[in-house]
Design a protein around this ligand. Structure first.
Ligand code: SAH
Length: 270
């Protein structure tokens, strides 16, 4: 494997959400390490990694020791430009689903340009709708439709293996976005928070009350994959709609002015 492929694997994080069983955390660490992956992030695990985790890690202790433990998903996804969620169920909604080869091809290719994440849900109930809506795509490992749910660490293993196969083959996905300044997960959350606040302020309504509106807007921006300048233009526009002065005393909210000041402007309202 080339050094570049190895470096790209190093920018792919596995994020496990509210894992119940510490043993699964260990088994997931082992699954990752065997495939040359090294980044494990835990969001509010029900129980912290313990002796059982280490036993199941079978020598991948270093991944567990270095695993980030986060209170929320925002922190676990900080800096990620592409997020793919693993789902045991093929949902009727609304969200683009990729097969494992395609999903991992995109993750690896985009990892050449920045941090990326694959998201795994709870053993009992998978990912919530809010978590799914943070994903650009879902990935479903084709399983028996009558019995579709893999053990958490087994799902991690399958996707980690697919990533390694791509890395070994040096395969290049055709569907990648190479722009270096793509908005990351937190930039997008900032935009969605700002949109919701503006909608309320201008009397459009309360987006929290409309799941379908939330989903459509999230899908729109996940598909468009705005860069940071575009996010700042939109947020400048939202601030103007809210009647707020832009930071730095610049209250000219024309798109051109927003674009020209976008690079160094941060808007409040996250
Ligand atoms: N009972 C849960 C499944 C939990 S399995 C449910 O019905 O959603 C724990 C996690 O493993 C899932 O959230 C998912 O991230 C991953 N997983 C399990 N089976 C999978 C499959 N067939 N395809 C993709 N991910 C899967």
């Amino acid at each position: 494997m080339t050094q570049t492929s190895e470096e790209n694997l190093g920018r792919i994080r596995a994020v496990l959400i509210e894992t119940s069983h510490p043993g699964n955390i260990g088994a997931a660490a082992r699954a990752l390490k065997t495939m040359g992956l090294s980044r494990l992030e835990l969001v509010a695990p029900r129980r912290r990694p313990d002796a059982e985790s280490l036993a199941r890690a079978a020598g991948a202790d270093d991944l567990i020791e270095r695993a980030g433990i986060h209170d929320d998903l925002d922190s676990a996804l900080a800096g990620c430009r592409l997020v793919i969620g693993a789902s045991a169920r093929l949902r009727s909604i609304e969200w683009p689903v990729l097969d494992p080869a395609e999903a991992t091809g995109r993750l690896l290719a985009e990892a050449a340009h920045g941090e990326v994440a694959m998201l795994f849900g709870r053993e009992s109930s998978g990912l919530t709708n809010a978590e799914l809506s943070r994903c650009h795509y879902l990935v479903h490992i084709p399983t028996n439709p009558e019995f579709s749910s893999l053990n958490l660490a087994a799902a991690v293993q399958v996707l980690a293996y697919e990533l390694r196969r791509h890395a070994l083959a040096g395969s290049v996905s055709e569907h990648i976005d190479e722009r270096p300044d793509l908005a990351d997960a937190n930039d997008l959350e900032g935009l969605h928070g700002h949109l919701a606040a503006t909608m309320r302020a201008v009397g459009f309504g309360d987006i929290e009350q409309s799941r379908s509106l939330q989903i459509r807007l999230r899908r729109l921006f996940n598909r468009a994959r705005p860069d940071r300048t575009e996010i700042n233009i939109l947020r400048g526009l939202l601030s103007a709609a809210q009647g707020r002065k832009r930071p730095g005393g610049d209250n000219d909210a024309s798109p051109a002015a927003a674009a020209s000041t976008a690079k160094d402007t941060t808007c409040s309202n996250d």
